[in-house]
Design a binder for this molecule. Structure first.
Ligand code: NAD
Length: 477
């Protein structure tokens, strides 16, 4: 879609997130013609450098993180020309007058808080004090959004003191993934799925987010967070919402977010024996979790699996199994919707029984597959087999098509003023209100995560969680 003129101010513009995600994403949108002149990206950080040095810094970052055909630097240089930099201290007065002097009229202003959450309050106050925001200016905040209900409420209150909720964009980059949006297209654009989308036809749903990386580099943050706060409270719950929500009347921000909120509020508390926490141990030359965080008595989970239920008409009786972990055997994020068996098999026991499964893969290869039962080819009796109806996007959309990655999509949604894929204050708080008692529960029980070998599927308890119910996790590939 068309994008107007904008100024995107990135606080923390020299940080890791800016370097790896924000700047490469904006460059790709620039190449797609979505950063019309004289739009600017203004880096603002404590690092002492001038605009020329910042452009040099960004040039290196883009070359590292974006595939640019050899010798084709014209686009990159044109992009860099639209970048500026200001040395600025969120906690002091340095740089704010300069930034104020740089602001131009008649263009969208977006302020990206790509700094630690400890600086959000300072930034919000300073933006206000220096009169930098207009009614339709946008504030973008990154995770982690609090570490429990209380801190999330504090953060929301700080933001609400200076901005309207309609100006605040809380990023959960999982929501920017093409497949996640396709999930909504599949559910609500087809007659085929929605009539079956309930506990009468769906046996259970699995959501897996598996990573192969450990926590090295983020160890201080992670040791205080754990998988529940780092992944479940935000990404997995957001996916659960999109899978489980009622059809919104319109694909509009508040219509969608109202339905997601209802899902979170319908979640039952989770029974302690439906929670499995794990910690990776060393293998194949990698360190253990406890070595990575330098705490040989750590009780923080690097893996977690849980079984939860939604108390509403649509889902009563259908369990949702969630699992996520570091140092798992492969990197894979997916949702599997497992339909019930056909009520009766006319082919007899030799044919085998099969059920339909809808698999939505978020990474590494985004796509959607529907397993359909057909006859095994060849003579002999009637034997059944599953074949996938494959909707791999690369194939369906052609190799040349470049689906924007999550950050590209979300940054452009900020510029366009579309909040549909961003979390609202009440959603975030409801999610913490559900996770807080679970965390307090295992803390008060003194629960210690179970060790699991690195590069496996997590502790045995995770498999048992489903096996007790006569079910199995779907493979990680
Ligand atoms: P970082 O430490 O690499 O960068 C911090 C940035 O903030 C630097 O540019 C620094 O100059 C600036 N800064 C620090 N103190 C400042 C001050 N007083 N005034 C002005 N600028 C100041 O951090 P990061 O990894 O880029 O993370 C930024 C935010 O994004 C954090 O909230 C983090 O939790 C979140 N986040 C990061 C990632 C990631 O992959 N790095 C992923 C998800 C969320």
């Amino acid at each position: 879609g068309l994008v107007g003129i904008f100024d995107l101010v990135v606080f923390g513009g020299t940080g890791d997130l800016a370097r790896r995600k924000i700047l490469p994403a904006l460059f790709k949108r620039f190449c797609a013609g979505q950063m019309p002149k004289p739009s600017r990206l203004i880096g603002a950080a404590r690092t002492d450098m001038d605009t020329e040095a910042y452009r040099a810094f960004v040039r290196i970052a883009i070359k590292e993180f974006v595939d640019i055909p050899d010798g084709d630097d014209a686009a990159l240089e044109a992009f860099l020309a639209q970048l500026e930099y200001v040395v600025l201290d969120a906690r002091g007065d340095t740089g704010w007058a300069t930034l104020q002097g740089m602001m131009a009229p008649d263009r969208v202003r977006a302020f990206y808080f790509s700094v630690g959450p400890g600086l959000f309050e300072d930034l919000a106050c300073k933006l206000h004090q220096w009169n930098l925001t207009e009614d339709d200016s946008r504030i973008v905040v990154e995770k982690p959004f609090g570490r429990d209900l209380e801190t999330a409420q504090e953060l929301n209150a700080i933001l609400a003191a200076h901005f309207h909720e309609s100006q605040i964009y809380r990023i959960d980059h999982y929501l920017g993934k093409e497949t996640v949006q396709n999930l909504m297209a599949v559910r609500f654009g087809n007659m085929l799925f929605e009539p079956l989308w309930n506990s009468q036809y769906i046996d259970h749903i699995q959501i897996t987010v598996a990573e192969t990386v450990g926590v090295a580099g983020r160890d201080v943050y992670y040791e205080r967070a754990g998988a529940m706060r780092d992944m479940v409270q935000n990404h997995l719950m957001q996916l659960l919402c999109l899978i489980a929500m009622e059809p919104p009347a319109k694909f509009e921000p508040d219509a969608v977010r109202d339905e997601k909120l209802k899902v979170i509020r319908a979640l039952d508390p989770v029974e302690p024996h439906h929670i499995v926490r794990g910690q990776y141990t060393s293998a194949d030359g990698v360190a253990s979790y406890r070595e990575d965080v330098g705490n040989d008595r750590s009780k923080t989970e690097s893996f977690m699996a849980l079984k939860c239920h939604l108390s509403n008409w649509r889902w009563a009786g259908t369990p949702f199994y969630l699992r996520t972990g570091k140092r798992m055997e492969v990197r894979n994020s997916k949702i599997t919707v497992v339909f019930k068996d056909a009520p009766h098999s006319i082919f007899g026991p030799e044919a085998g029984r099969h059920n339909n499964e809808l698999t939505i893969v978020l990474q590494p290869n985004e796509g959607i597959t529907l397993d359909v039962t057909i006859k095994e080819p060849g003579q002999g009796g009637m034997r059944l087999m599953d074949v996938p109806l494959d909707m791999s996007f690369a194939e369906a959309l052609g190799e040349g098509s470049h689906a924007p990655d999550a950050y590209e999509r979300l940054i452009m949604d900020v510029i366009r003023g579309n909040q549909t894929l961003f979390m609202r204050n009440d959603e975030v708080e409801a999610a913490w209100a559900w996770t807080d008692p679970l965390i307090r529960g295992w803390e008060s029980r003194g629960d210690v995560p179970k060790p699991y070998d690195s590069f496996t599927t997590g502790p045995d308890g995770a498999a048992q969680l489903l096996r007790r119910d006569g079910r199995e996790w779907r493979g990680l590939l």
